[in-house]
Write a protein that binds this ligand. Structure first.
Ligand code: FAD
Length: 118
């Protein structure tokens, strides 16, 4: 049985958060209503305010000021989030992800990798 981290480490928290966020935007509507767009903007803003790592949250707020969340289409939102994640990857010296919808959908929405759902 996997060891439970109490409280979760920065790495586990980050990985869990990105899993939720990329999956959530992968299923965002192609043509969202104004209400859906507003809710998504509020969600990302609140996440940057309450993310439970103070310097991660501060940077996420700063990055959202420079590049406000794009909610007009699913593609816009998926690419925006990918770029936000890449800013963190860059900061941590991790590999950058290719931010186009086809690659993102393959990873987060309809994987053809037979090992992915094991
Ligand atoms: P993760 O970066 O957690 O990525 C999980 C999976 O997402 C990867 O395996 C890959 O398949 C996929 N992926 C990678 N990049 C992308 C992308 N650009 N688009 C789509 N999919 C992608 N940690 C810090 O130490 N300092 C920080 O300042 C910091 N800020 C953060 C801010 C936010 C908003 C979040 C959610 C997390 C932050 N983290 C921060 C955590 C950090 O991003 C990682 O989650 C953590 O280091 C664990 O990394 P990982 O190697 O497990 O992969």
């Amino acid at each position: 049985k996997a060891k439970v981290e109490c409280p979760p480490s920065k790495s586990l928290l980050g990985d869990s958060s990105w899993n939720l966020l990329h999956s959530m935007v992968a299923w965002y509507p192609d043509r969202p209503t104004i209400e859906q767009q507003t809710k998504m903007k509020n969600f990302m803003e609140a996440l940057a305010m309450f993310y439970p790592c103070s310097y991660c949250a501060a940077d996420f707020q700063e990055n959202q000021k420079k590049s406000p969340v794009k909610t007009e289409t699913r593609e816009d939102l998926c690419i925006w989030l990918c770029e936000q994640h890449n800013l963190v990857n860059e900061k941590l010296g991790k590999k950058l992800f290719k931010c186009d919808l086809k690659t993102l959908d393959e990873r987060w929405r309809k994987s053809s990798d037979p090992d992915c759902n094991k």
